[in-house]
Design a protein around this ligand. Structure first.
Ligand SMILES: CC(=O)N[C@@H](Cc1ccc2ccccc2c1)C(=O)O
Ligand SMILES: [Mg+2]
Length: 367
C-alpha cells in the first residue's frame, strides 16, 4: 500500500455524566482520531490516551506530537506498507503505545477496506455479537451508586464493574451485593492500593467477585503475586499488561489469573491478538477493556472481543454509556450484547458533520 499522508484530529466530546476513578474525574473526553490516506482506501484509528497522563504516561497532546514528529514520518521509508510492517517500523521509538496503536489501526483499516475484509475476520472473530459489561464510576454516595447500577442492569448489561479506591471499596461492594444479589460483579482500583493493603483487600473476598482489577502499581508484578497468595478474589491486570511478553511474565509469576486486554495500551490490535493467544495457551481468561472510545475504537474492540478466548463480558459498553452523540452510528445494546460490525475494515466511519463539530484541532502530515 502507498501511504500518501495521515490526518491527526484532536476531538473533544462531552460525557453524558462525570466518570470518576481513583485517578480523577472526567467530564469531557479528549482523544485523537487518525485518518490514513492511501491510494486504495482511507483508514481510521483512535488514540485512547487521556487529556492528562493519569491512567498511564500518555496524554493526547504528547500522542499528537509523537505521531506527527516521529511515528508518521517513520512510515515514509517502508516499502509496500501493510499493517504488519507498522510496529517494526516504529519499534525504535520507545513507549507511546497508544499513539502507535492508533496509527497501526488506521493502516490496518485502510488495508482491510481495500481488501473487503472485516476487522473481525482479520483478527479471528468467532462470534457475531459479544456480551457486554459496564464500568461504573465512583459516586458521591451509596444510594447514588445503587441507582446507577440499577439503571445499567435495567439496560441489560451482563456484568457490573465498580471503580474503587481506599475509602470506597468494601462498603459499596457490600451494598451492591445486598441490593442486586448474585449478579456478575467485579472491581477496578486503577493502581490505587499498596503492598500493605492485602489484609484490607481480603475484606472483598466474602462478596464472590469475578476479579479485582489492577490493585497495585503498573510495575509491581511481585506485589500482585504476593497479594494473589493472600486473597481469594482472582486478580486481573490492566495497566501492567503492556505486551504479550508482559502477559507471559505476569502469568508465570502468578501475578494475575485474568487479563484485561486493551489494544491501545499494548500498541495495537495485532499485539492484542498475540496477548489473547498467550493467555489462551495458559488457560487464562481474557476480556476487552475500554478507554471510553468513540464508535471507531468501539467497533475494533467489539471485533476483538469476538475472539474465542474472550470468555468474560468486557467494558464494550453501548455508545450511550458515554456519549449523547457518537462519532459513528451508535452501538446499541441488544439483550446485553453488541453486534460485531460485518463491513470491510472497522465497518463504521465517522459521520462527517459530527466529526467536524467535535474537532478542536487538525494536522495533516504528508509523506
Ligand atoms: C472503562 C474503564 O474503566 N476504563 C479504564 C479506566 C479509564 C477511565 C477513564 C478514562 C478516560 C480517559 C482516558 C482513559 C480512561 C481510562 C480501566 O479499565 O481502567
Ligand atoms: Mg482497568
Amino acid at each position: 500500500m502507498k501511504l500518501s499522508g495521515v490526518e491527526i484530529r484532536t476531538i473533544r466530546v462531552p460525557l453524558v455524566s462525570p466518570f470518576r476513578t481513583s485517578f480523577g474525574t472526567e467530564t469531557i473526553r479528549e482523544a485523537l482520531v487518525v485518518r490514513a490516506v492511501t491510494g486504495e482506501a482511507e483508514g481510521w484509528g483512535e488514540c485512547g490516551a487521556g487529556i492528562a497522563p493519569l491512567y498511564s504516561s500518555e496524554y493526547t497532546h504528547a500522542s499528537a506530537d509523537v505521531l506527527s514528529r516521529y511515528l508518521i514520518p517513520a512510515l515514509a521509508g517502508v516499502a509496500d506498507l501493510d499493517a504488519h510492517r507498522v510496529a517494526p517500523a516504529l519499534a525504535g521509538f520507545k513507549g507511546h503505545r497508544m499513539a502507535k496503536a492508533a496509527l497501526e489501526t488506521a493502516v490496518l483499516d485502510a488495508e482491510l477496506r481495500a481488501a473487503g475484509v472485516s476487522f473481525g475476520r482479520a483478527l479471528g472473530a468467532v462470534h457475531a455479537s459479544v456480551p457486554c459489561g459496564v464500568s461504573v464510576g465512583i459516586t458521591g454516595s451509596i444510594p447514588e451508586l445503587l441507582d446507577a447500577v440499577a439503571g445499567y442492569l435495567e439496560a441489560g448489561y451482563l456484568r457490573i464493574k465498580l471503580k474503587i479506591e481506599p475509602g470506597w471499596d468494601v462498603e459499596p461492594v457490600r451494598a451492591v451485593r445486598e441490593r442486586f444479589g448474585d449478579i456478575l460483579l467485579q472491581v477496578d482500583a486503577n493502581t490505587a492500593y499498596g503492598r500493605g493493603d492485602a489484609r484490607h483487600l481480603a475484606g472483598l473476598d466474602p462478596f464472590g467477585l469475578l476479579l479485582l482489577e489492577q490493585p497495585l502499581a503498573e510495575d509491581d508484578l511481585r506485589g500482585h503475586a504476593e497479594l494473589a497468595a493472600r486473597i481469594s478474589t482472582p486478580i486481573c491486570l490492566d495497566e501492567s499488561i503492556v505486551s504479550a511478553r508482559a502477559a507471559a511474565d505476569a502469568i508465570a509469576m502468578g501475578a494475575c489469573q485474568v487479563v484485561n486486554i486493551k489494544p491501545g495500551r499494548v500498541g495495537g490490535y495485532l499485539e492484542a491478538r498475540r496477548i489473547h493467544d498467550v493467555c489462551a495457551a495458559h488457560g487464562v481468561p481474557v476480556w476487552c477493556g475500554g478507554m471510553l472510545e468513540t464508535g471507531l475504537g468501539r467497533a475494533a474492540n467489539v471485533a476483538l472481543a469476538a475472539l474465542p478466548g474472550f470468555t468474560l463480558p468486557g467494558d464494550t459498553s453501548a455508545s450511550e454509556r458515554y456519549y449523547r452523540t457518537d462519532l459513528t452510528p451508535p452501538f446499541v445494546l441488544e439483550d446485553g450484547h453488541l453486534a460485531v460490525p460485518a463491513g470491510p475494515g472497522l465497518g463504521v466511519a465517522p459521520i462527517p458533520e459530527v466529526l467536524d463539530e467535535v474537532t478542536v484541532a487538525t494536522e495533516w502530515v504528508p509523506l
